[in-house]
Write a protein that binds this ligand. Structure first.
Ligand code: PTJ
Length: 252
């Protein structure tokens, strides 16, 4: 479907098209459309922009990835459909390994996600031959690569279900996420939660990583000042203020 750039909901409609295309290509599961709808609802409440707490979290996440010994970005179907190229940009910018790691696992879908990421410029993508397990997760969700998620010190798990984030934390890893729902289990359990749309967040992460690279003093300051609980509470305050303002807006 051709969507004119002038359409007021252009970005949102393009994201939907990318996901529907992803379902047709076998990259996205149908459940991914439902997950996206939940994300959209929160984005609507936020105002469909990157708010200040999100930008703060993006700086912190970029810094944390740059400081990591072995950073890994976990990619699922929705992430591949919405942000393949931008995810590769972030990985190249921070020196992270990419691993396709999916909830509704089939070998065919992992292969398609790997191909999509390679077509977007990734040199290597792990996930096809899992040789380790995320402790505490039932088969096949716990399958992962020893050289990837299993041995990572910092893992970025965007658009994630809560169990895996919790299990990764229990393995002692620093967990970063991108999740429009500030109330989700993943958001609550992660060390750094970016409450922003992945379509806005991945480009920001890549840009902020470029800005911070080599400036360890600034990264350390950003990380020491960042407080995830406080950040999530700022997001909720933003939504509350926005809804209170909108209460008095007339639509006729
Ligand atoms: O490809 P698979 O098999 O790994 O499955 C992927 C999905 C997304 C279906 C799976 O991980 C899942 O069911 O996730 P959840 O539990 O629905 O969580 C996804 C979270 O991502 C929710 O909290 C949504 O609000 C959030 N979300 C959805 N779309 C976006 C988003 N956050 C940021 N940007 C989005 N575009």
């Amino acid at each position: 479907m051709k969507i004119p750039k002038s359409h007021p909901r252009y970005d949102s409609l393009m994201a939907r098209e990318a996901l529907v295309e992803g379902v047709k290509e076998g990259i996205v599961v149908r459940q991914g459309l439902i997950a996206h709808g939940r994300g959209e609802a929160f984005d609507y409440l936020i105002g469909e922009v990157s708010i200040e707490p999100a930008i703060e979290a993006e700086y912190a996440a970029a810094g944390r990835l740059l400081k990591a010994r072995h950073p890994v970005i976990s990619v699922n179907g929705n992430v591949a459909a919405l942000s393949a190229k931008e995810t590769v940009d972030v990985a190249l910018g921070v020196g992270a390994t990419i691993e396709a790691n999916i909830f509704h696992r089939t070998e065919e879908r992992v292969q398609k996600i790997v191909r999509k990421l390679k077509n977007a410029g990734a040199k290597e993508v792990l996930g096809l031959d899992p040789d380790a397990r995320i402790e505490g997760l039932d088969h096949p969700r716990g399958l992962c690569a020893k050289a990837g998620i299993y041995s990572a010190d910092v893992v970025l798990v965007p658009l994630e279900d809560g169990d895996r984030a919790r299990a990764l934390k229990d393995m002692g890893k620093v967990v970063l996420t991108i999740d429009l729902n500030p109330l989700s289990r993943t958001s609550r359990v992660s060390d750094i939660t970016i409450v922003d749309n992945i379509t806005r967040s991945m480009p920001s992460l890549a840009g902020f990583a470029n800005e911070l690279r080599g400036d360890d003093e600034r990264i350390d300051r950003i990380l020491s000042e960042f407080d995830n609980k406080k950040n999530l509470s700022e997001v909720l305050k933003h939504i509350t203020r926005r809804l209170t303002k909108l209460e008095s807006v007339s639509f006729d």
